[in-house]
Design a binder for this molecule. Sequence first.
Ligand SMILES: [Zn+2]
Length: 95
Amino acid sequence: MDIDTLRWARWRDCRWAAARIQAALDDDPDGRLDLWDLERLVSHLAQCRRCRSMTADYQRLAASLDRIAARSGPDPAVVRRLQHVAVVHPHEETP
Ligand SMILES: [Zn+2]
């Protein structure tokens, strides 16, 4: 196999791996891996430093987004609307 063929195969494998990694981190139900694909992905990550680095970057990003979401309070517009309802209609039950 010549070097261009090897590069093409590696690029194709990296694209395949990137799609699976993103789907897994997005918790995409359509992106769930069967055992064969999981073994293929683990094998690729063991050999490919670029994809391992990308996976670590995605994991750090996801963790940051989770921390930001956990710190954020409720939408101020929703709070104002609920306060308005509580003042204007204090005795009405919500369904
Ligand atoms: Zn790769």
